[in-house]
Design a protein around this ligand. Structure first.
Ligand SMILES: Cc1cc2nc3c(=O)[nH]c(=O)nc-3n(C[C@H](O)[C@H](O)[C@H](O)COP(=O)(O)OP(=O)(O)OC[C@H]3O[C@@H](n4cnc5c(N)ncnc54)[C@H](O)[C@@H]3O)c2cc1C
Length: 431
């Protein structure tokens, strides 16, 4: 049996690597990696390396995925992250560093509220989870605006909790490092793209093969105008796009998929002269509702070969609260650069060597398991498995996507084994 895998990002590649079946990988682009790709820019001062925003490998909740990456040169790093609050940098996580805030009333309130935080509470939505976990003072000063800017949604009670809390232990843990205190990153100048490159080794990828339509009843799909038969599909494209592509889909499923919420994104990559303020920071969170970005990070502070000596390769994650489409997003670039200069991450516009803005149609999928469970069940009963951050419709990271791919490959192998045993029993009985 051949399994058609849609997408050669980390999820599709991990599935193909783990699968015991024959696999055909279809990738609409001419390169692998999906969101986890990297690129280089040659300039007069040397070579800069960039990813699509920080792609740090946080493996703690799924250590088994490291087996898949055995042989890849991954270096461990300790997170040096900060929160820029009230014009000061506080070490992340803020629920520990708030004690350095100069306002005693603020410190007293946060302390009191953190002591009252209710760990047994059943959260009804994302806003509830943040308020119950951190108290109202930290919620109002950091979590509310930061999360709204990141997910592009003002009312956080519209977001489900999903599996966020159990996976990431974002609560008021006293553990200094928190859930992502250490992370891995490929050593050398490959950037995060070194991971998909490693996964793709020995796999045959069919590039420029875009799936444009799927038919469940006939079990056919259209790839670049050609009709192809399929038996099982593993899709990593966004779930709403996948459902929209199924020509004979149930109206109810289509209606559910149209209700799924997600954010668009824009990453602004910059190669700039190194400033003192950049120091050795990994990344910084920005809750200030007036700033047009929610996070800024520094690739070359983690892997120095990603920028020439005396320079830095950095990324800015821009908030979708300020744009509705690509044109509007790109128009924000000069304002964002001005804000970076005001903060001190860049001294002067003349010190910017290279910039690239990357617009993302899908950045964060806002989990809504009451709908996605129904959609996934429908698709799976037709032989279509939708996995990965965009396929499962969750805010997962690479390691969780890889684990999901690995688990599915094993599940399908068991299914095939049990089918072939049933066939054998049938043959024996009919003899
Ligand atoms: C800005 C940003 C920052 C992130 N930071 C981190 C981080 O620090 N750490 C971390 O672990 N994760 C991070 N992530 C998440 C990480 O990128 C994803 O978890 C992971 O890349 C998802 O991989 P995927 O293969 O499921 O999907 P994708 O990477 O989206 O790959 C899907 C592939 O399918 C292809 N495709 C789509 N439609 C079709 C079609 N119709 N036909 C054929 N091919 C198709 C696409 O071209 C693409 O190659 C970040 C993501 C973003 C956007």
């Amino acid at each position: 049996m051949t399994i058609h895998v849609i997408g050669a990002g980390v999820t599709g590649l991990s599935f193909a690597k783990a699968s015991k079946d024959e696999v055909t990988i279809l990738e609409s682009c001419e390169r692998i990696g999906g969101k986890a790709l990297s690129y280089k820019v040659e300039t007069s001062v040397g070579t800069f390396g960039f990813d699509v925003g920080g792609h740090w490998f946080h493996y703690q909740s799924t250590p088994a995925v490291l087996d898949i990456l055995q042989g890849l040169d991954l270096k461990a790093h300790t997170r040096k992250a900060f929160v820029y609050l009230h014009e000061r940098f506080f070490k992340f996580p803020i629920q520990q560093s708030y004690i350095w805030h100069p306002d005693e009333k603020f410190v007293g309130n946060v302390k009191k509220e953190l002591q009252l935080a209710n760990s047994d509470h059943e959260y009804t939505n994302y806003e509830d989870m943040l308020q119950q976990s951190y108290g109202l003072t930290l919620y109002e000063s950091f979590f509310k605006d930061y999360n709204s800017k990141m997910y592009g949604i003002h009312d956080l009670s519209e977001i489900g909790v999903g599996r966020f809390e159990t996976i990431r232990n974002v609560r008021t843990n006293t553990n200094v490092t928190g859930y992502n205190g250490d992370f891995l990153y490929p050593q050398g100048d490959t950037g995060a793209g070194g991971i998909p490159l490693f996964l793709a080794d020995h796999l045959q990828i069919n590039y420029n093969k875009k799936v444009t339509s799927i038919n469940i009843k006939n079990k056919t799909m259209i790839i670049n105008n050609a009709t192809v038969s399929w038996d099982t599909i593993v899709s990593t494209m966004p779930l709403n796009s996948l459902v929209g592509m199924v020509k004979d889909v149930d109206d109810h499923i289509l209606a559910l998929s149209k209700q799924l919420k997600f954010s668009k994104g824009m990453i602004l990559n910059l190669g700039v002269k190194k400033t003192r303020l950049q120091g050795d920071m990994s990344w910084v969170y920005f809750p200030d509702p007036h700033l047009h970005f929610y996070r800024v990070g520094f690739y070359s502070n983690v892997e120095s070969s990603l920028a020439p000596l005396g320079y830095c390769s950095m990324y800015v994650e821009c908030s979708p609260l300020f744009f509705g489409n690509k044109e509007e997003a790109l128009a924000l670039v000069p304002t964002i650069i001005k804000e970076l200069i005001e903060i001190g991450f860049i001294h002067h516009a003349d010190e910017i060597v290279t910039t690239k803005a990357i617009y993302l149609d899908h950045n964060y999928c806002l989990p809504d398991t009451s709908k996605t469970k129904v959609i996934h069940h429908y698709l799976e009963s037709a032989g279509i498995y939708s996995i990965g951050r965009y396929g499962s419709w969750h805010w997962s990271s690479q390691h969780e996507d890889m684990q999901q791919a690995w688990d599915l490959a094993n599940k399908l192998a068991l299914r095939d084994l049990s089918n072939s045993q049933k066939m054998r029993t049938k043959v024996i009985l009919s003899l």
